[in-house]
Design a protein around this ligand. Sequence first.
Ligand code: F6P
Length: 545
Amino acid sequence: MTSLTNSSAWRALAAHRDELGEQHLRELFAADSVRFDRFSLRAAGLFLDYSKNRIVPRTLELLTALARDRGLEAERAAMFAGRRINTTEGRAALHVALRNRSDTPVELDGQDVMPDVREVLGRVGRFAEAVRSGEWRGFAGGTITDVVNIGIGGSDLGPAMACQALAACGHERLTMHFVSNIDGDHLASVLAKVDPARTLFIIASKTFTTIETMTNAASARAWFLANGGSEAAIPQHFVAVSTNAERVAAFGIDLANMFGFWDWVGGRYSMWSAVGLPIALYVGRDNFEALLDGAHAMDRHFAEAPLEANMPVILGLLGVWYRAFFGSTSVSIAPYAQALARLPAYLQQLEMESNGKSVTRDGKPVDTVTCPVIWGEPGTNGQHAFFQLLHQGTDLIPVDFIAPLKPSHDLAEHHRLLLANCIAQSKALMVGKTADEVRAELVAGGMTGDALEALVPHRVFPGNRPSNTLLLPDLSPRALGALIALYEHKVFVQSVIWGVNAFDQWGVELGKQIATRIAGELGGGAAGEHDASTKGLIAAVRAAH
Ligand code: F6P
């Protein structure tokens, strides 16, 4: 295959970008009466308005031509067919099988994985219901009131984000806690709040070797034993989610209480597997299955819709468009839903750990820029913090606005104002405000002369700043499942265009290796070979202890 930027599809896009120039979105809307209908679509219950993007119909034609040229359709088929597309680890990426709600088998090396998937899902559901109903008891005979999930990265972010998002349907007796950081503050602050006799710990780690999780798990176990628990009671209070039975058993967890998954489930794609146990515990088996249903609906859409009307494909291609041809280095995620406060953090791992790469699948340097920085905060809070920069800063930062149409509470007035702000921000970014409009406003306010002219440049908004708006019917498990699957597939689409492997994460290894060595030195081990800065910092830490 020709290199990406040498391909005729890419060169056609570059030329098209030059032609479009700085044409303003105001003009594009004025010139096309059906722009909103043309550039919006529904899928899996979600509605996407992408009309406020710096595109014309030809842009989409060229972007989808690029996707075809890069073999997106074949790559998509390969993922769904269980091919080992994660080549550096020799693994498939079959998260779609975890939410395959059809009777269609999903084969890996000629074997249907669905019986195993259903078996674990059944165990997860039964266990969750036993805890929720009160049948599962702690060592003193009480029901479980607190669940502490100990995990990090993909073994934390998905369940933490989803439990917060779905709190409206959470079990009233259960309080969910998520401990991820190796900073002892994190675990200590949770342990200070819970009763060992009524707490269930979930040790979630695909590998069961991750230093943060193993350290937190060992400390939680010691705390349990020191606070009334006993070795005999460990199975009632500690369960595991992992692919590593040997290490789970060595930790002292009864394998009957281990919920497994498989190497073809990447950490950041794992909330649909047993990693979702906290979600099932909190919102119940039926709601967890509704989450899977929503994701499955988005999977079907991604697999079957033509590229031109395919929501993940469109989102992915728009991201490529801004990154390569508008120099935008970041994307802001603005959920207009406080319950989605952890969504930006979740998407940071999903997008940046997947596509933060600079070599292609065949080990060559990429020849264009890849994953942008993903960041964000819920609206309306963000409006009073960083939106200034989005509106008047020097960078072009595309925004994804995400809002549920129906609230999960009964404060209707709040929701009306929330949605008004969401729509207003995307409009303001798009239309901006010209100098003439500013002048007219100031004159109407009674200002004239030099004072007026001095103020004008400060009050001008360039506009022409792109955004997508995603409307969810509500913050139901089904809608959330569809939303997360949408972003997963968007990331996949971009990985295919950029030619990188979205499913490995070698970039996290070096720091881990060095930390292990430095931890030994901080513990009194022999000093290693270091640069002057690292040496000086180690000495400063040692001197303080
Ligand atoms: O940060 C690296 C990483 O491997 C992530 O990909 C993963 O989600 C996280 O660590 C946790 O890994 P594990 O579930 O094996 O503890």
